[in-house]
Design a protein around this ligand. Structure first.
Ligand SMILES: NC(=O)c1ccc[n+]([C@@H]2O[C@H](COP(=O)([O-])OP(=O)(O)OC[C@H]3O[C@@H](n4cnc5c(N)ncnc54)[C@H](O)[C@@H]3O)[C@@H](O)[C@H]2O)c1
Ligand SMILES: N[C@H](CO)Cc1c[nH]c[nH+]1
Ligand SMILES: [Zn+2]
Length: 424
């Protein structure tokens, strides 16, 4: 990790991250998508052989495979998945938006109704780690929203199967179909359809730069939630914080991907140095040390500011996927935060809890997306059409508002649609 002084850096350059990497693979991914559109299942099988090093005959997971997964899954893990699912369900039920109707003016009532998106495709990463937790984070809110058809795609392992925990999690969460295909080709399949995989209306779920680039390219053909690429964390702390805890949060996101991005921002030089020491020490002992070292040398940064206001400013400019706040008064620090995907307050709230099962969603905007997007939620699967009803008296009254504007716009059929009803 690099220790930088705020006054020496160009912040707009320092906070840049995986966006560039995603843009660098757009051409490769565009070719993959074209091939999937043309050659459908055959292209999926070819890419699976090329990238995942496995030959797949049947892309769709069978009921028998799900049953086998239940038979072999460790009991403890099954219990943990059930508990996580219950917490995620409780949190996401609270997110269901309300239907409402108000009287805007006498004779005019208007409101919103709530309707689910019909079909959704969930991408479940499976390259450098298996993510049963991501099944729960994507399928459960879709189910709560009332989505009728939920399909999932995830890369197969070397044995040609999808991991037991992913299959069990998919079944627990209520996914309708699961397919053994990953990467950009899976996104293409769910956007265009193949012989085996149906087209969906919206694709959600995180992934590496190839998956993120593919989602960007198919946007328009289908909806997507936002770029949810390589993991990120920013820890904002003052001198009251525990350096070792900070180091653990840095490593926990660095171990996802060499392209993960980890920032620590503080106004305390001693804390900065202590964190550096803990990061180095813990990296040496980490089972995924290779990935962590690459991530931290690419985009691991400690930014030392002269005062806490500057540290808050850096945080909002970086707009992290995950923000951990460890300060003397966390609530007061929170009140100054505008841009973050998910926020973890205080020393007993590690990001790992949000990743797995404290209830909040772990599919979150990366690459600065937290400046304009919120994380995945039940609302991500819901549409809110507006509805209005106007009485004859209401129409009379509103006509003096609408007709002059319609006449100014030169849209006389609009004018006529009002006047005709009023016999004018
Ligand atoms: N932002 C979030 O909400 C969030 C949540 C969980 C995970 N993540 C991120 O998801 C990512 C998961 O990445 P992963 O790699 O482990 O799994 P992945 O499933 O996203 O990617 C694996 C697939 O990438 C494709 N691929 C690999 N090399 C390729 C190449 N050279 N050309 C074209 N395609 C290629 C292959 O098809 C492979 O199946 C990590 O970056 C992790 O940090 C993000
Ligand atoms: N930290 C990831 C989001 O960036 C989510 C995750 C899943 N499993 C472990 N972590
Ligand atoms: Zn994680």
């Amino acid at each position: 990790m690099e220790l930088l002084r705020y006054e020496d850096i160009d912040l707009s350059q320092t906070v840049k991250r995986s966006e560039e990497d995603v843009n660098n693979v757009l051409d490769t991914v565009s070719d993959i998508l074209k091939n999937v559109r043309q050659n459908k299942d055959q292209s999926l099988k070819d890419y699976t052989q090329k990238f995942d090093k496995v030959i797949i005959d049947n892309l769709k997971v069978t009921d028998e495979e799900i049953k086998e997964a239940y038979d072999t899954l460790d009991d403890n893990l099954l219990e943990a998945l059930k508990k996580a699912a219950a917490n995620i369900e409780k949190f996401h039920k609270k997110e269901i938006p309300e239907e409402w109707n108000i009287e805007v003016r006498e004779g005019i009532t208007a409101g919103q109704i709530v309707r689910p998106i019909n079909s959704v495709g969930c991408y479940i990463p499976g390259g450098r780690a298996a993510y049963p937790s991501t099944i729960l984070m994507t399928v459960i809110p879709a189910k709560i929203a009332g989505v009728k058809k939920i399909i999932c795609c995830s890369p197969p392992q070397k044995d040609g199967k999808i991991g037991d925990a992913i299959l069990v999690a998919a079944h627990l969460a209520g996914a309708d179909e699961i397919y053994k295909v990953g990467g950009a080709q899976a996104i293409g399949a769910m956007a265009y359809s193949t012989e085996s995989i149906p087209k969906v209306e919206k694709i959600v779920g995180p992934g590496n730069i190839f998956v993120t680039a593919a989602k960007k390219l198919v946007y328009g053909e289908v909806d997507i939630e936002f770029p949810a690429g390589p993991s990120e964390v920013l820890i904002l702390a003052d001198k009251t914080a525990n350096a070792e805890y900070i180091a653990t949060d840095i490593l926990s996101q660095a171990e996802h991907d060499p392209k993960a991005s980890c920032f620590f921002v503080t106004d305390d030089e001693n804390l900065a140095e202590d964190v550096l020491e803990f990061v180095d020490k813990k990296t040496e002992d980490a089972p995924r040390a290779e990935i962590i070292k690459e991530a931290l040398s690419n985009s691991g940064k400690i930014i030392l500011t002269k005062n806490f206001e500057d540290a808050v400013y850096v945080t909002n400019e970086y707009a992290p996927e995950h923000l951990v706040i460890m300060t003397k008064d966390d609530e007061s620090t929170l009140s100054q935060i505008n841009n973050a995907g998910s926020i973890f307050l205080g020393k007993y709230s590690p990001v790992a809890c949000g990743d797995y099962g404290s209830g909040t969603n772990h599919v979150l905007p990366t690459g600065g997306g937290a400046k304009m997007y919120s994380g995945l939620s039940t609302e991500s699967f819901i549409k809110k059409p507006t509805v209005q009803k106007i009485t004859q008296e209401g129409l009379e009254k509103i006509s003096t508002t609408c007709i002059p504007i319609a006449e100014y716009e030169g849209l006389f059929a609009h004018v006529d649609s009002i006047k005709t009803r009023l016999n004018k």
